[in-house]
Design a protein around this ligand. Structure first.
Ligand code: GLU
Length: 482
């Protein structure tokens, strides 16, 4: 019988969910849902100094916001828990003993300073830095002496093979020479397990069939493979996803802009757009389509189409994609989403109904939800000035003055004031002045909003209201003279 498909995402709760880790989570999730397997969430919090509860909460919240779910985890439970490494120390201690009993581990008393000095010396000699095996063959006498000095040992794994080889699902065969690995620490002097050891013990005991992670972990995998061999366990399949680069082809970092999911959420990206975009970093649909719903991603995702080379994070493409997703929202959902943005901007919009009006007005004008704050500004101005030279030019057109005068006159006898009657006034002004097209409505647009581009003008005029429009047009009429 085939091994059941089980994957895991294993974040360390030491900060925000990074965009690269989010992509790792997404690919794990897509692969698992595609294969109808089980997705496990494991919290790797053995670094007690850097792990925080707040970080764990934030990471889980970001994953949920992205629309991911998992079948086993710290809150959900499951057959192979607990799912926080800090709660699994008894198991690690048991497995450490097993490796000690089979002579795969030895105590190492070297201090951090000693190790650092020898590491430097190795690098100076042009060698690759690895543990030099100093404590490999300590006599009982030497061990006793160190213990008496008050030193507490770490435990190192004794690397005996010439090389560690594994088959990567994406990259093919990968081989590491042991001399470049060196005997590595599995347990710190305080008894806390190191990442490689805890990871192997957990992946084994949680019956993980596929380890899918970023390729910054490729150099850890040979160590993990050696541990599996020492335990006599079969190792899972490994898939290392190529890294994400900025547009300058350097590793994606803060220098390139936002790197955490939380930042994208706050600047008004939709989770569906972000998931779609991140899925397409190093993977593509056979159809060549770029806008892919979650259902399609789940249906189509496979490692055969994950490329070996690094992906470039193109934020302009993400913006474009986000715009497509915003346009695909129904107006009520968009209204719900922009309401908090309007409140943040301090606009007097409090009801869903008012937000709906804004949503329908700006529906096709947004690439990010947060842009509504800037774009909706035109609806709440006390005073209007042309915003740039192009706008000023419209107020300086020879047609501007007669248009404003005729408009104000026609307005005086118009009741009620709404988008329809606004259009009728424009018709009247056109027949009275003989001015039409751009020269007719551009001055009006600039007079009412200060801008040459914007949403549907009759509706803007209706929202601004009769008195405000009158005030702004009168001011524009004075513009040339001023
Ligand atoms: N806690 C590790 C990390 O966040 C997990 C690596 C792995 O997936 O094995 O990078």
């Amino acid at each position: 019988m085939d091994t059941p498909l089980r994957t895991r995402f294993a974040p360390s709760p030491t900060g925000h969910l990074h965009i690269g880790n989010a992509r790792t989570a997404i690919m794990n999730w897509l692969f698992t849902r595609h294969g109808r397997g089980r997705f496990v969430l494991r919290i790797e919090d053995t670094d007690r100094d850097r792990s925080t509860e707040a970080s764990e909460t934030a990471i889980l919240e970001d994953l949920r916001w992205l629309g991911l779910d998992w079948d086993e985890g710290p809150q959900e439970g499951g057959d192979y828990g607990p799912y926080r490494q800090s709660e699994r120390t008894a198991l690690y201690a048991e497995e450490v003993n097993r490796l000690r009993d089979t002579d795969h581990l030895y105590p190492c008393y070297c201090t951090a300073e000693e190790l650092e000095a020898r590491r430097k010396a190795m690098l100076d000699r042009g060698e690759s830095a690895h543990y030099d095996g100093r404590c490999r063959r300590l006599t009982q006498e030497e061990k006793r002496r160190f213990e008496n000095e008050g030193r507490r040992p770490a435990f190192r794994f004794r690397v005996t093979q010439e090389e560690a080889v594994f088959e990567d699902v994406i990259k093919g065969q990968i081989a590491f020479q042991s001399e470049n690995i060196g005997d590595f620490i599995v347990v710190r002097p305080d008894g806390m397990p190191m990442y490689n050891f805890a990871c192997v013990v957990d992946d084994h005991h949680m019956h993980i069939s596929h380890v899918i992670r970023g390729d910054d972990h490729v150099s850890n995998t040979p160590r993990q493979v050696l541990l599996y061999q020492a335990f006599g366990w079969e190792h899972p399949a490994f898939a290392h996803i190529p890294m994400i680069l900025g547009k300058d082809h350097q590793r994606l970092s803060k220098r390139h802009g936002a790197t955490s999911v939380a930042q994208y959420r706050e600047s008004g990206y939709l989770p569906e757009a972000l998931v779609n975009f991140l899925s397409l970093l190093s993977w593509s649909s056979e159809s060549g389509d770029e806008i892919l719903s979650i259902d399609r991603l789940v249906r189509e995702f496979n490692f055969g189409r994950v490329s070996k080379s690094a992906a470039v994070f193109d934020v302009e493409k993400l913006d474009w994609m986000n715009g497509v997703y915003i346009r695909g929202l129904d107006v009520d959902r968009l209204a719900e989403m922009i309401l908090p943005e309007m409140k943040k901007a301090g606009y007097p919009v409090s009801s869903q109904e008012e937000a709906r009006t804004m949503a329908s007005l700006f529906h096709d004008k947004l690439e990010k939800l947060s842009q509504i704050r800037e774009k909706a500004k035109i609806l709440f101005q006390e005073d209007v000035d042309p915003e740039d030279d192009e706008a000023k030019e419209m107020l300086n057109l020879p047609e501007a003055e007669p248009v404003f005068a005729a408009f104000l006159k026609a307005m005086a006898s118009t009741d009620p004031w709404n988008a329809e009657t606004f259009k009728n006034i424009l018709k009247t002004v056109q027949s009275e002045t003989g001015i039409k097209g751009k020269h007719l409505w551009m001055p009006i647009r600039v007079a009412l909003t200060g801008q040459v581009h914007g949403p549907d003008l009759p509706r803007v005029a209706e929202i601004l209201g009769y008195d405000t429009c009158r005030k702004f047009l009168k001011k524009a009429l004075q513009y040339k003279k001023g």
